[in-house]
Design a protein around this ligand. Structure first.
Ligand SMILES: [Zn+2]
Length: 347
């Protein structure tokens, strides 16, 4: 592309082309090769870099050098700061650095290795918590409080993540058997099935959600000799409930994918759930999704209050033939009364 620009060699405005050339630029004690952008005068053929081009080429060389040395890029420096909710100045002071240090790094200056180490450590909120204790006095009260909240939130995220990983690992430990529908428990499938059910039926009581899940897993097993989520269901007085479901729901609420509301009504009281994230239905194969939606349609046709669902489940042989607090065998699925509505019969 050609445009009119001042050529320093001809000392006047000339048609100039933008070209790219592999260049070697010195960065600290190293030589870094980058694809630089330059300008070439179409009249005298002289190549030169405008101020913007020079800055951009140096930035590229710096980024290449950072990659080589394991240094954070300027936008990664910014990301670390932003997650703690501090201004550039406050963040610098917290670390005990000069007021404009972070501003310089975020603008593209190369950080030294010690500063880089300190920034990397702050990716772990436990280190941030320690630094807040030792350097709190560097900050004004408002910044310190904002930082405290941000650190607490990050620590909380970390705990939720650990609990979730642990929970998923623990629950999926049970080998396939008649009690999980010959499939290892899969927390991702469970959570996304919950979200899909709530998207379809709207906000629902916890006890109702449990029954939707039970019917879906058992109906699919009756058809395909496998459950969808690998969940174990226990017989409880209010009906079948997924084992450890409270922990999974709690993790979803903490993560922000599920909203919970305590409701006390005339007919029914309890926790009501609503979805706060989109269900990823890609996790389910075509026949699984068909069964899920067919079951939901069949349950909706029979009335879908928590009480109606509960009454229905209590009449199932699977429930009647299982002792209290015991796991319900998927073998009973063959006697389920519920018949899913085929896709073509649904609107
Ligand atoms: Zn020229």
């Amino acid at each position: 592309m050609e445009k009119k620009m001042f050529c320093p060699n001809c000392d006047k405005t000339q048609p100039v082309k933008t070209i790219q050339r592999q260049e070697t630029l010195p960065v600290r004690d190293e030589k870094v090769s980058v694809l630089s952008e330059l300008s070439a005068c179409s009249v005298c053929k002289q190549e030169f870099a405008t101020t913007e081009q020079e800055e951009e080429n140096v930035r590229k060389a710096y980024d290449e050098y950072r990659k080589r040395k394991g240094l954070l890029t300027h936008s990664e420096v910014r990301d670390v700061r932003v997650q703690y909710g501090l201004s550039q100045t406050a963040f610098s002071r917290w670390l005990g650095w000069g007021d404009i240090t972070i501003h310089r790094y975020e603008s593209g200056s190369l950080q030294d290795a010690v500063h880089n180490e300190a920034l990397l450590l702050l990716k772990d909120p436990r280190n941030a918590e320690k630094l807040l204790e030792t350097n709190r006095d560097n900050l004004d009260e408002a910044s310190a409080e904002r930082l405290e909240r941000a650190v607490a939130a990050r620590l909380n995220d970390e705990v939720v993540k650990l609990i979730e990983e642990d929970l998923a690992a623990t629950l999926s430990r049970s080998a396939p058997s008649e009690f999980n529908g010959y499939r290892r428990f899969n927390v991702e499938r469970f959570e996304n099935l919950v979200l899909h059910v709530l998207e379809k039926v709207g906000a629902a009581y916890k006890t109702a959600v449990n029954k939707y899940l039970w019917y879906i897993d058992f109906c699919y097993y009756r058809d395909q000799a496998s459950s969808i989520t690998g969940t174990q269901y226990l017989r409880f007085p209010h009906g079948p409930i997924p084992k450890s479901y409270d922990l999974i729901f709690a993790a979803m609420i903490e993560k922000g994918s599920l909203a919970v509301e305590e409701v006390s009504g005339k007919d029914f009281s309890g926790e009501r759930y609503a979805p706060k994230a989109r269900a990823n239905t890609d996790l389910f194969q075509g026949d699984e999704l068909k069964m899920i939606d067919g079951c939901l349609a069949a349950l909706a046709a029979k009335g879908k209050t928590a009480r109606q669902l509960s009454d229905m489940a209590h009449k199932e042989a699977a429930y009647l033939l299982t002792k209290d607090r015991e796991p319900i065998s998927y073998r009973h699925a063959k006697d389920l009364k519920l018949k899913p509505v085929p896709a073509k019969a649904r609107k």
